[in-house]
Design a protein around this ligand. Structure first.
Ligand code: PLP
Length: 375
């Protein structure tokens, strides 16, 4: 049975060049980057070359990239640091953030008795920016944490617009950029963003590695203690093979960006047309015009009884899609993102997130649509 993998917002298949690079580092470049002998220095040079490559692809300084175990850690670190190191007295975010931000904001807000405000969300997933301006006008020291591309519905936030609002009111701006780094151009030198995060497994790199982008001049303290690695702010022996694999994956993502993007966007249109032909009453969750090119979330015009068995049925046929975010699949609870956006009626119907990569084909979509027809 052919596996049809349509869950690329959850994770992606590694590129073969990434596997080759990591295998080489694992077998040959095994030194501890903190060792002063040549074996260690060689491993250290792999890390610094990777950092420079990542920074060059994102238009920032190498020193602004700090390696972490992934985006969950990076988000938590930045949010905590804003409160502890930058003394913000309020966090403004939304209820449609990934749990790596939402739960961090709730826990850290509670731990430090910080005011937490959630902005209103339109039924297309758009954030209420008038409300943001209104809230920020009181001058309270604030961290604004808003994701760039929503991982469930793909709604895109205008980073320049939000960043400029934050700058005007002296607020720090953190964006969870996990779904967009490697998939759209970034030039952090020009972007009014103070903190951003990435996770390699979302752009055809390895799991368990990512980074925090921290604008130069913002001095953060470590979340854990124990060594001098990453300038002492993120200690622990570096995962050299993962870091090298991540740099390779990002480099390839940007080398192939234009062709991959237009191919994937075409595939998304094909999926919308094909699904609409089969299910004329299907609805696109989120924004049709302002949805990211690789994420399609649809509400199927099916009986709510079918909601729970639909993923099981597709899985039996070798089709991997997601209902909301990956951590919720298998659970009967509606997605916290869709719960903020959909009507009570639609939230009970089955919704599917189809997320694409350059490895997908029109045949994959045909197989999905045929399987849905059979339900
Ligand atoms: N933020 C978003 C938007 C995500 O989609 C994910 C992954 O699911 C994360 C954060 C967490 O990233 P990581 O797997 O690196 O911890």
């Amino acid at each position: 049975m052919k596996t049809v993998y349509l869950d690329n917002a959850a994770t992606t298949q590694l590129r073969s060049e990434v596997v080759a690079e990591m295998t080489k580092v694992l077998s040959e470049d095994y030194g501890n980057p903190s060792s002063t002998h040549s074996v260690g220095r060689h491993a250290k040079s792999i890390i610094e070359t990777s950092r420079k490559s990542i920074a060059a692809n994102l238009g920032c300084l190498a020193q602004e990239i700090i390696f972490t175990s992934g985006a969950t850690e990076a988000n938590n670190w930045i949010i905590r640091s804003a409160v502890v190191d930058f003394k913000v007295e309020r966090i403004i975010s939304t209820k449609i953030e990934h749990h790596a931000v939402l739960e961090a904001v709730e826990h850290i807000g509670h731990e430090f008795s910080i005011d937490v405000q959630f902005l209103n969300i339109g039924n297309d997933g758009a954030v209420d920016l008038a409300q943001l301006k209104e809230l920020l006008s009181d001058g309270v020291p604030t961290l604004v944490s808003l994701m760039h591309v929503n991982n469930e519905v793909g709604t895109v936030l205008d980073l320049v617009k939000v960043g400029n609002i934050c700058r005007l009111h002296n607020a720090y701006f953190h964006s969870d950029t996990v779904q967009s780094i490697g998939k759209t151009e970034f030039n952090f030198k020009e972007l009014p963003v103070d903190f951003a995060v990435a996770s390699a497994h979302k752009f055809h790199g390895p799991k368990g590695v990512g980074f925090a982008y921290i604008r130069k001049g913002l001095v953060v303290n470590p979340m854990v203690f124990g060594g001098e690695q990453e300038k002492g702010i993120r200690p622990g022996t570096e995962s050299v093979h993962n870091i090298a694999g991540m740099a390779k994956a990002l480099e390839l993502s940007y080398t192939n960006l234009e062709s991959d993007r237009s191919y994937i966007a075409g595939l998304k249109n094909f999926a919308i047309e094909s699904l609409t032909k089969t299910f004329p009453n299907i609805k696109v969750n989120g924004s049709r015009e302002n949805g990211f090119y690789n994420i399609l979330n649809v509400c199927l015009p099916m009986d709510e009884q079918k909601t729970l068995m639909i993923l099981f049925h597709l899985d039996m046929k070798g089709i991997a899609v997601s209902r909301g975010s990956a951590c919720q699949s298998g659970s009967a609870k509606p997605s916290h993102v869709l719960a903020e956006m959909l009507t009570d009626d639609d939230i009970r119907k089955p919704s599917l997130r189809i997320s694409l990569s350059h490895y997908n084909t029109e045949e994959d979509i045909d197989i999905l649509v045929d399987a849905l027809k059979a339900i």
